[in-house]
Every structure is written in structure tokens, then in C-alpha cells.
Design a protein around this ligand. Structure first.
Ligand code: BTN
Length: 256
């Protein structure tokens, strides 16, 4: 079976190209990282809107410089690159996570800033990068989602998989569900920013009401988001807004 036979590339192209003129879909059996490839292309001046899917990544990258490992055949790994010029970039990764969760399943939660969670386990992650191409910015949104259970070696929490919620899920079916809504969300974000999406994010916010700690040592109770998507924490010293996407946050386990 050829690579293209089981990816709904044509259906995705038909759904998305009215929104993004010049849009293309590419499926590769292997690449170092779909984000790295679209960033390379952007720097070389190739800025057409592109959905790049890889069946296998040899050097997948996660947030905060971490590697992203995914089991071949059991995960969805892709990047979407497009020219992008919002007035304010704040909250973009939250908007992407919200779009993915809403497309895929009502029980998918969002862990600020941009992890997809199911029952306190990570289902997927998002890596957002941008390159300056001449006078324009090229956005690269990278997404990795576990479709079937994958090995948990070295991870503090075993990952979740989409087929727990959607038993017949495949990478192609998941991509078909999420691609067009994701493009719509990005275009809406470009026009209106994060504020109109805040209530919907908060409805899936898995940290809300919990004691959390940031990688910078700040502890407090998570009480939702600001209009620009910063995480609101409250502790004895008052309220804090955690802005940086370079910060990671984890719930503090409650004592039994
Ligand atoms: C994270 O949670 O740390 C973000 C993970 C992002 C992984 C995806 S897989 C497709 C794209 N290519 C990459 O190298 N990374 C992103």
C-alpha cells in the first residue's frame, strides 16, 4: 500500500483550500521533524500554506527543547505552516489546543499552555514556531497526538491515547476531523486574538481550582486565564499572571 492510500489527503485538501488559497498536503514516510522541515522551507522563502504529515520522525521536537518520541503507526505527527500576521500572538498555542480538543472529543482537557490531557495523562502536545520570511511571519504549528497506547519509558506519567475515547480512531481519521477547524481557528485568531476563546478554553481547563507549581518555583491555586491567555495563580502573596510559554506547570498531587 502506498503512503497516500490511507491518508485522507485529498479530502483535507478539498476542505481547507477554499480557506487557504495555494494550500498543499504532503505525507512523508520519514523526516527528521515536520516542524524543522517547515521552518527550513520558510527560511528558504517557501511560504505557501502547507500541511506536512510524517509517518515517522527521526528527530521530533517538543517544547522546552525536549525530544518528542512517537510510535510509528500509533501516533499522528504533523505541522501546518502558513503566513500569519496577528496583531497579538498571545494565547495562540491555547487557541490551537482548544481547536484540537473540540474537534476530537468532548472529554479531552487542556493543560495550560498547550497540552491535551485525558484523565490527568498527556494525549498530545503542540509546538509553535515562527520564522520571518522577508517582511512576513510564517507560522509553523506542530502537533503530536497519541492514537494508540505507546511505551511510557522515562515518563513520569504514562501517556493517554485517543482510542480510549474514540475506539476506531486512526491517525488519518483524526487528521481529517481536526484539519479544517484548526485552519478556521487560526484565521479567527489572526483577526480577533485569544479573548473570544477564553470561556471555551476554561471549560476544558484541567488545572482550574487545583494547586499547581511552575517550573520557576511559583506555587498557587490555578483560577483560570486572563483575556490574553496568561494563567492566573493565587497564593498568600496575591494573584499572579504566568505569561511565558517557556514555563511548564504541573498540578501538585494532593496528599491522601
Ligand atoms: C510538546 O508537548 O512538547 C510538543 C510536542 C510537539 C510534537 C510535534 S510532532 C509534529 C511536530 N514536529 C515536531 O518535531 N514536533 C511537533
Amino acid at each position: 500500500m502506498s503512503v497516500m492510500d490511507h491518508w485522507p489527503a485529498e479530502s483535507i485538501w478539498e476542505a481547507v483550500s477554499p480557506l487557504l488559497p495555494g494550500f498543499t498536503v504532503e505525507v512523508l514516510p520519514e523526516i527528521d521533524s515536520t516542524n524543522t522541515e517547515l521552518m527550513r522551507r520558510a527560511r528558504a522563502g517557501q511560504t505557501e500554506a502547507t500541511l506536512l504529515v510524517a509517518e515517522r520522525q527521526t528527530a521530533g521536537r517538543g517544547r522546552l527543547g525536549r525530544p518528542w518520541q512517537s510510535a510509528v503507526g500509533d501516533s499522528l505527527t504533523f505541522s501546518l505552516g502558513l503566513p500569519f500576521a496577528p496583531q497579538d500572538w498571545s494565547g495562540l498555542s491555547l487557541a490551537v489546543g482548544l481547536s484540537l480538543a473540540e474537534s476530537l472529543h468532548p472529554d479531552i482537557g487542556l493543560k495550560w499552555p498547550n497540552d491535551l490531557w485525558v484523565d490527568d495523562r498527556k494525549l498530545g502536545g503542540i509546538l509553535i514556531e515562527a520564522a520571518t520570511a522577508g517582511a512576513h511571519s510564517q507560522l509553523v504549528v506542530g502537533v503530536g497526538i497519541n492514537i494508540r497506547p505507546c511505551p511510557a519509558e522515562g515518563l513520569s506519567t504514562p501517556p493517554a491515547a485517543l482510542n480510549e475515547l474514540w475506539p476506531e480512531a486512526s491517525a488519518g481519521a483524526a487528521l481529517l476531523r481536526l484539519a479544517m477547524p484548526l485552519v478556521r481557528t487560526l484565521l479567527e485568531f489572526e483577526r480577533s486574538g485569544f479573548a473570544p476563546l477564553r470561556t471555551r478554553f476554561e471549560a476544558r481547563d484541567v488545572l482550574r481550582g487545583r494547586a499547581v507549581q511552575t517550573s520557576e518555583g511559583l506555587q498557587g491555586q490555578a483560577i483560570g486565564l486572563t483575556a490574553s491567555g496568561a494563567l492566573r495563580l493565587v497564593n498568600d502573596a496575591g494573584e499572579h499572571a504566568v505569561h511565558s510559554s517557556e514555563v511548564s506547570v504541573r498540578p501538585i498531587p494532593s496528599r491522601a
